[in-house]
Ligand binder design. Structure first.
Ligand code: IPT
Length: 990
């Protein structure tokens, strides 16, 4: 074997560079019964055709009798409208240490009308479940019926807002619709249950943070009903509910048969503020009424939602959305570490991070409170890029997967750190004797302390407002860790050696003490580490982050298998990829992502992503001598640490160039404002009753859009009368969500635009977004009216951007608050008005019911790529005209991203923030969001691959609403590259 210069140097240095530890005294092991071998980590779940048992005890889930800690991330397939990319996100999650994905299924996304359920295309739930199973992730399924989730009506379909009956209770009408929905979803889910071996669905949630009717028979009957229905549909995995406030709501036995022992889990959610001291919410916590897991002592600690970021509201007023960079800054890697590790130390063994990939609330999906991006400041950003927060997730996820001792913990005897600013949680596994100490520093300074009570006399450092989990008495392969001053990340056997990785902050000093009956010959493979041997113990030290990966190999210590210790800082640790194959484990180091590894003969075939020039190194099973990367052979040699090391680095990615957007064409898009527009095929608005929670004003027809089947986006009204030439003003009462507006014209003359003011918080909480737009007729128009024929026909045209239905988080039926016009009154006359209404016509069969509203251009297909805009006028941007109404802009552009490059492309809109206009963005017909120039904060819109053709032609259509009070854009409109990697997944056009 040829030795590299570096390896040779390291070997040569071995004899002279070892140094004695200066730590005081000889550390003792904290555990006594520490030689019980732990079982192998649980297998990667697959649709393996076998039946499985899913049970639990107070410590953890028990899958086929084996303990399983759930480390799950939330993503919403409906927020990523390109099924190929589901695989991308799931593979990234799996690689970064998650073992489960939690998903809401949004009823509204699948149901355009009562009795109609669509699970095709971007709504293909079965495809998602199959992809998750292929990726090796368990699924936690949350189909509502109510989901909240910052989506329109909390996931209730638009049509449900116009039905009789009290939602989220045992009201029979509501339950009939719920039955429809659950029957449709469960028919798919029942075929993908892990218990049957046909999928990986492991847990199933009914309802969502349901606390309104907990103490009422109707609430209990409702929960019982859902439970029975789901069971009757063949769902046999444990069911659960997520308690909003750690109130002990819906614990086992608290409602009907739903509390059935052994098949119902209690879970609670937590979204602590960044400046909060992490609360003790688990079994080992402080307890009490709000004690979280203590409310259900026989089920394992379960957090179905724990904040991995936070949603951002629209800009302006008291909402004051600041953009997602802010969420990512305030909830950074250290925040996550402090909170998640505290949860573990509280005995929580089912943990789901909401969100892990937030995605996009495209079309009319977002709830009124949020704008299009649902990036959430999550570990993966909306453009599918890994963010630095993954350091935390990756290290904890790999640890939980590789160290089964963490699945069964009891509280250990109280331990104090020498420095009292460090709070210590001491946990022990009663079977293996492993001990864990969570050291949390809630102070503003970095603290270095010893832990004499635990026999740890060497200093351990915890940065300000951060935490660290250290282990003692832990079996690592064939050896035992006495203790370490940094967090273990994984332990596995690859080929002929045991490997243990320790990870932490750059600059931290790792000290690892191992039991070694015989004095070993350690081999330093990098210059940084040092060691000493004393009385049966080996002390290894390594500063983190000085080099990249620091290695020490230990052999001849009386154990027949050598051990490789690897030391990594955060940036290095996220490039270490353990991978299980049927013929053994692998550890891969280097690339930005490892998607898969397949062993065939003596070759390991790896696929993954690179973003920059990178080394590649593989520790694998015996007999593996060759490596391929994304299908290409990679020449390697055997390194001093027993890996196959690429002779040349793997290339990074060439960032693709993006074209400028020009060649714009435009057309005015509000012919409905003209008096002679033909509205004969519009719906007459003459209903007298409604199921809405908004009262109908006496003597007026119901004008609420939902009552006429128009549930999403813009809605037009045309009121017609004859005579009444003395009218002086008109008052239009209307109701929208946040950022709604109304524009009116009389006989084709603009009356003005009214913006929905932001109500006070209490009214906003109740979903009350109503206002009266009063318009005095301009003198010119009054004159025209007066001078007209006595039986002159008049038309009042009104466009309402009504935004979305309220969520119904408190089960008050607020999703049934009216949207659209609610009442119209005149001064100077009392015309008998005949109203007609028009909104989105037939729902788009491909893009779904929430893609479109009722703008003229949408009804005529101006947003669609196949529409011929040949007769439109050429237009240059920035635009700057002043006009009340709707103007459409279209252009085409071609992308030519090299095959094998995953480019994530965004669209940026920017302009003088004083300009009052907004833009609905359509890419190839898909409604990818709403830009409000004078509100913000969102300027960049992610265009998912599959919808955007990265090799081919694309059509962009912008529907601009301007109120005429300022010049209107669009101003700057350009493409931007949000991420690029060599690799990615094959993307099918949507
Ligand atoms: C919790 C909901 O369950 C979830 O759907 C989502 O809305 C999340 O919050 C916030 O993004 S509700 C809880 C914060 C009261």
């Amino acid at each position: 074997m040829e030795l590299s210069r570096r390896t040779f140097h390291a070997l040569a240095g071995t004899a002279t560079l070892g140094f004695a530890l200066t730590g005081s005294g000889s550390p003792t092991s904290a555990g006594t019964a520490r030689s019980v071998p732990t079982g192998p980590p649980p297998p990667v779940p697959r649709a393996d055709g076998r039946r499985h048992e899913v049970g639990f005890d107070r410590y953890s889930l028990l899958v086929d009798g084996r303990r399983l800690v759930i480390w799950s991330g939330e993503m919403h397939p409906f927020r990523l409208p390109s099924p190929s990319l589901w695989r991308d996100v799931l593979e990234k999650m799996r690689a970064h240490g998650y073992n489960a994905v939690s998903v809401y299924v949004a009823w509204n996304h699948h149901s355009p009308a009562p009795g109609r359920y669509d699970f095709t295309g971007v709504r293909d739930l079965d495809l998602f479940l199959r992809t998750a199973a292929e990726t090796g992730l368990y699924v936690i399924l949350r189909p509502g019926p109510y989901i909240n989730a910052e989506v329109d009506a909390g996931g209730f379909p638009g049509w449900l807002t116009a039905t009789e009956g009290r939602a989220r209770t045992s009201d029979p009408t509501y339950l009939r619709y719920v039955d429809e929905w659950l029957t449709a979803v469960n028919a798919i889910v029942a075929k993908r249950l892990f218990t049957r071996g046909t999928g990986t669905v492991l847990l199933y949630q009914i309802e969502n943070e349901y606390d309104a009717h907990v103490d009422e028979p109707s609430g209990r009957a409702y929960m019982s009903y859902l439970y029975e229905k789901v069971r009757a549909d063949g769902i046999d995995v444990p069911l659960f509910h997520n308690d909003k406030g750690r109130n002990g709501h819906w614990t086992p036995g608290s409602f009907g048969t739903g509390g059935e022992k052994g098949r119902w889990l209690y879970g609670f959610d937590g979204y602590p503020e960044p400046d909060e001291v992490p609360p003790d919410w688990g079994h080992f916590g402080t307890g009490g009424a709000k004690g979280g897991a203590t409310a259900s002592p026989r089920t394992p600690g379960f957090v179905p939602e724990f904040g991995g970021g936070w949603f951002d509201p629209w800009g302006g007023s008291w909402f004051d959305g600041k953009g997602y960079a802010e969420a990512r800054r305030t909830r950074d890697a250290a925040y996550e570490r402090r909170f998640y590790l505290t949860n573990l130390a509280n005995g929580i063994t089912l943990h789901n991070v909401y969100m892990t990939y937030g995605g996009t609330s495209w079309g009319w999906l977002p709830a009124p409170v949020v704008y299009t991006s649902y990036d959430y400041g999550a570990a993966f950003d909306e453009a599918r890029n890994a963010t630095p927060k993954l350091a935390t997730m990756h290290q904890i996820g790999q640890l939980l997967r590789h160290v089964p001792d963490l699945a069964k913990l009891n509280r250990g005897k109280a331990v104090q750190a020498a420095d009292e600013r460090i709070k210590v949680y001491h946990l022990a596994n009663p079977d293996t004797g492993a001990h864990f100490y969570l050291l949390r520093n809630d102070s503003e300074e970095t603290v270095t302390s010893t832990l004499p009570d635990a026999g740890i006399d060497v200093p351990v450092t915890v940065p300000a407002r951060d935490a660290k989990l250290i282990a003692a008495g832990l079996r690592l392969g064939r050896r035992t860790l006495v203790h370490a001053t940094v967090q273990p990340m994984l332990s596995l056997t690859a080929g002929r050696q045991d490997i243990a990785v320790f990870a932490g902050r750059r600059g931290d000093l790792a000290q690892v003490v191992l039991d070694c009956p015989d004095e070993p010959t350690p081999m330093r493979l990098d210059p940084e580490p040092a060691w000493a041997y004393n009385l049966g113990k080996l002390y290894v030290t390594a500063p983190l982050g000085v080099g990249e990966l620091s290695r020490v190999r230990i052999e001849s210590d009386g154990v027949d298998t050598p051990m490789l210790l690897l030391f990594a800082d955060d940036a290095t640790a996220v490039r270490l990829w353990p991978y299980e194959t049927p013929s053994g484990r692998l550890l891969v180091y280097g690339p930005a992502l490892l998607r898969s590894a397949v062993l065939r003969g003596s070759t390991v075939h790896l696929t993954g992503d690179t973003t920059a020039l990178t080394g590649l190194e593989v520790w694998g099973p015996r007999g593996i001598t060759h490596v391929t990367w994304n299908g290409r052979p990679v020449p390697t040699r055997i390194s001093g640490s027993g890996s196959l090391l690429a002779l040349r680095p793997l290339p990074g990615v060439t960032r693709p160039a993006l074209p400028a957007l020009d060649g714009w064409r435009r057309r005015a898009g509000n012919p409905e404002s003209e008096p002679d527009f033909d509205d004969s095929d519009w719906t007459t608005a003459d209903k007298e009753t409604t199921f809405s929670t908004t009262p109908v004003p006496g003597g007026q027809p119901v004008l609420f859009a939902d009552d006429y089947g128009f549930h999403y986006g813009d809605v037009w009204y045309r009121g017609e009368w004859t005579g009444d030439s003395g009218i002086e003003s008109v008052s239009l009462a209307y109701s929208t969500g946040t950022q709604g507006l109304l524009m009116a014209w009389l006989d084709g003359e603009p009356l003005g635009t009214h913006r929905m003011p932001v109500p006070d918080k209490e009214r906003a909480r109740q979903g009350t977004w109503t206002a009266e737009a009063g318009f005095d007729l301009p003198e010119r128009l009054r004159k025209k009216l007066r001078e007209g024929e006595p039986e002159q026909r008049h038309v009042l045209s009104v466009l309402v951007r009504r935004m979305q239905h309220d969520m119904d988080g408190e089960a008050l039926d607020t999703h049934k608050a009216a949207r659209g016009l609610t009442a119209v009154t005149f001064e100077g006359g009392s015309p008998r008005v005949k109203w007609r209404i028009q909104g989105a016509t037939t729902p788009d069969p491909v893009r779904g019911p929430m893609n479109n509203g009722g703008l003229h251009g949408e009804r005529e297909g101006w947003h669609l790529p196949e529409y011929d805009d040949g007769d439109w006028k050429d237009a240059g941007l920035p635009a700057g005209d002043r006009r009340q109404g709707v103007t459409w802009y279209r252009t085409d552009f071609r992308l030519d991203v090299a095959p094998g490059v995953d480019a994530s492309v965004g669209l940026v809109l920017d302009d003088d923030p004083e300009r009052a206009y907004r833009v609905q963005i359509f890419l190839n017909g898909w409604n990818l969001g709403q830009y409000i120039n004078d509100v913000g904060p969102q300027h960049t819109f992610v265009l998912p691959n599959g919808i955007v053709r990265t090799r081919g032609a694309n059509t962009l259509a912008l529907a601009v609403l301007s109120d005429g009070s300022t010049p209107s854009g669009p101003g700057e409109v350009r493409l931007t590259l949000l991420g690029a990697a060599a690799g990615g997944v094959p993307v099918k056009p949507v």
